[in-house]
Write a protein that binds this ligand. Structure first.
Ligand code: NAD
Ligand code: TDX
Length: 338
């Protein structure tokens, strides 16, 4: 049984990943998370009591805390999700993005090397490749050309991971995925924000003309791709992960309104995001051919399931919106969130 340390496991994708790992029944899982605004332990309430699961509250930029956590838990594998992840926040203030995404990644690499971690899986994003025009798709060879402070900081982390492999021979592998959707996503991101606003009959703010394109993937398909890379990926390599499901934002929003039976009059066009990347699209040939990975979900079916999940988890949504989710940690672990 290997011991897997998952950073950022209280976030959207990390919590879905941990649920899959615990469900497999073959791993010990340590969830290491600072519990920023994006960290929500209520998303893991169903696995919290499992004897193979434990939680450590630590900030990945805190060198002594990370050193202690690694020495205590001695992980075999690290899967690194922890990040500041929202582009709009990085436009307002990039500080936390540089600290967590760049500095924090190096702190983890150093602790992992010092503790002989056998494999470091770095979870990155297609945004490091920048923006596409109307045609073409990102391959692993596409030059890195990030355009937001978020994507620039993720690019910095990718290069540090690359350097750890080339300089120290440290066994790292990087994934770059497109836009995820599914249960437990923080409602600052397009799909959960639009679902929650529509359910409450609030306006749906569409940036610019709504014609920007994102390549959507259901979150568990991304997680299964990360697992395939963790188990079978080659050291030093990058694997793109994407659902080959390109949609214009306005079409996603209209589909959500149709599923919910709400009026398109809720759509409100608002000022565009500064530096808004026009289009992302992932060429996933490498992971399909080399690791045999395939997505299990189509956008149409999984979007409907996602809407149903949010509509039937109104309490989770309300507690996220009100900030009440932060009390869970205080009750469970007897410490206040500072
Ligand atoms: P998220 O914002 O939902 O979760 C991030 C988690 O990291 C939170 O639990 C937060 O508390 C934790 N965290 C933040 N700063 C930390 C720090 N300094 N120390 C320890 N923990 C900290 O993010 P997400 O959407 O689940 O994304 C997870 C990863 O996947 C990120 O690295 C992101 O760049 C990448 N990614 C996301 C998407 C997407 O569509 N959401 C797509 C591709 C890649
Ligand atoms: O209110 C909104 N209105 C709107 O039109 C929001 C929040 C977004 N948008 C647009 C901007 C984007 O074109 O929708 C698209 C998706 O926006 P986000 O959900 O903020 O995602 P994006 O900026 O594409 O980045 C996401 O995918 C890649 C994640 O947040 C990143 O963490 C990941 O790396």
């Amino acid at each position: 049984m290997s011991k897997i340390l998952v950073t950022g496991g209280a976030g959207f994708i990390g919590s879905n990943f941990i649920r899959i790992l615990i469900g497999q029944g073959t791993h010990q899982v340590v969830n290491l998370d600072a519990l920023t605004y994006a960290g929500n332990l209520e998303s893991l309430h169903d696995v919290a009591a499992d004897e193979r699961y434990s939680f450590v509250r630590a900030d990945i930029t805190d060198v002594p805390a990370i050193r202690t956590a690694f020495e205590q838990h001695k992980p075999d594998i690290v899967v690194h999700f922890a990040a500041e992840s929202h582009v709009d926040r990085s436009v307002l203030d990039a500080t936390a993005f540089v600290n967590t995404n760049v500095v924090g990644t190096q702190v983890l690499l150093d602790a992992s090397r010092a503790n002989s971690v056998q494999r470091f899986v770095h979870v990155s994003t297609d945004e490091v490749y920048g923006s596409l025009g109307p045609t073409g798709a990102f391959t692993e060879e596409t030059p890195l050309a990030p355009s937001s402070p978020y994507s620039a900081s993720k690019t910095g982390s990718d290069l540090l991971v690359r350097a750890a492999f080339h300089t120290h021979g440290f066994p790292c592998v990087t994934t770059r995925c497109s836009n995820n959707y599914g249960p437990y996503q923080f409602p600052e991101k397009l799909i959960p924000l639009m679902i929650m606003n529509a359910l409450a009959d609030k306006n749906l703010p569409v940036y610019g003309d709504g014609k920007n394109v994102r390549d959507w993937i259901y979150v568990t398909d991304h997680c299964k791709g990360i697992l395939a890379v963790m188990e079978k990926g080659r050291d030093g390599e990058v694997y793109n992960i994407g659902g080959r499901s390109e949609k214009r934002n306005i079409d996603v929003v209209k589909t959500l309104l149709a599923i919910l039976g709400k009026s398109e009059s809720l759509i409100t066009y608002v000022t565009d995001r500064p530096g808004h990347d026009f289009r992302y699209a992932i060429d996933n040939t490498k992971i399909r051919n080399e690791l045999g990975w395939e997505p299990d979900h189509t956008f149409e079916t999984a979007l409907r399931q996602t809407v149903e999940w949010y509509a039937s988890h109104i309490e989770w949504c309300d507690r996220v919106r009100s900030g009440a989710y932060m009390e869970y940690y205080e009750k469970q672990y007897g410490q206040r969130l500072g």
